[in-house]
Ligand binder design. Structure first.
Ligand code: ZN
Length: 292
């Protein structure tokens, strides 16, 4: 059966448990075509990307969810962005050839930063917690408990072809014994899922295998895809912030100003005339007569 880039949400009927499965293949391979990552960096980034897909469906928002882990270890930065429309991009910064997959060893003193950017000039929401876990799944489970008071379990896996994940979440209701039993039973069944199954078996089939004794409500599956939101205009906006003096000195040193997108490798180049125009157009925008 062909694998697809999809997110599948489901509900275990008559219980207080919801779930999601995500499977990324083309999306993930597009990320891997842009850069060669050492295996532990690659696997951590893939798990983080699967997790961002799952969380984007959990946290209700419009716009963009940006998840970062930053630290002072072999990996200094991991970034995944997922829009409410299912567009994903991801990148990492690291040094050397890390040999461990333990999160606290990879990042050293690290922080998990989750930003929700509603765009359209609206205010961003940002949550930051100290990184205190050995896996991506555990770090995010802790985050969701601390900041959203949501009991959540995550299973994440990634290799050179695909990145997959499963999420179970206890619906925020008053707790009674029966609900706790439902929750424990759902987790217990999910624990039988192997890494290979998570990577290789389509989401709907995994749900069927794990919960064939329960009544499951499946929601419409949602497509996920790689997409980078960089553009020449966005780069120009960033260059304007640097100011004309810094850009002029770059032009004098190197003959041009070049910027590579760290997500998609798109190359943007500006010569002396372009730089002059960048600031000439600022004057025009600021002049009241041309204001739209
Ligand atoms: Zn880009």
């Amino acid at each position: 059966m062909s694998q697809q880039d999809t997110l599948q949400r489901f509900l275990i009927e008559d219980s207080s448990v919801r779930g999601e499965l995500v499977h990324l293949d083309n999306t993930w391979r597009t990320v891997l075509e842009k850069r060669h990552y050492p295996t532990p960096v690659r696997n951590t980034l893939g798990q983080f990307m699967a997790a961002a897909s799952l969380l984007s469906a959990t946290l209700k928002f419009q716009g963009s969810l940006i998840m970062q882990i930053r630290g002072d270890g072999p990996i200094s930065l991991l970034v995944v962005e997922c829009t409410s429309g299912g567009a994903l991009r991801a990148t990492a910064k690291w040094k050397g050839e890390p040999e461990t997959e333990d999160l606290s060893e990879l990042f050293g003193n690290g922080q998990l930063v989750i930003t929700i950017d509603p765009r359209l000039g609206k205010e961003r929401y940002q949550g930051i917690v100290e990184l205190n876990a050995s896996t991506v799944a555990k770090a995010l489970e802790d985050y969701l408990m601390q900041s959203e008071q949501l009991a959540t379990r995550l299973w994440l896996a990634s290799d050179q072809h695909q990145a997959s994940g499963m999420l179970l979440q206890k619906l925020p209701q008053e707790t009674d014994e029966e609900e706790t039993d439902d929750w424990n039973r759902a987790i217990h069944l999910a624990e039988t899922l192997t890494r290979d199954e998570l990577l290789m078996v389509p989401p709907n089939e995994i749900i069927r295998r794990l919960y064939h004794e329960e009544t499951i409500r499946l929601f419409a599956s949602e497509p996920m895809s790689f997409s980078c939101s960089c553009s020449r205009e966005r780069v120009i906006r960033a260059l304007r912030v640097m100011g004309p003096d810094e850009l002029d000195s770059l032009i004098r040193e190197r003959g041009n100003v070049s910027v590579d997108c760290e997500f998609c490798n798109e190359h943007y180049e500006f010569d002396a005339v372009d730089v002059e125009q960048i600031f000439a157009s600022v004057d025009q925008i600021e002049a009241p007569s041309t204001h739209q």
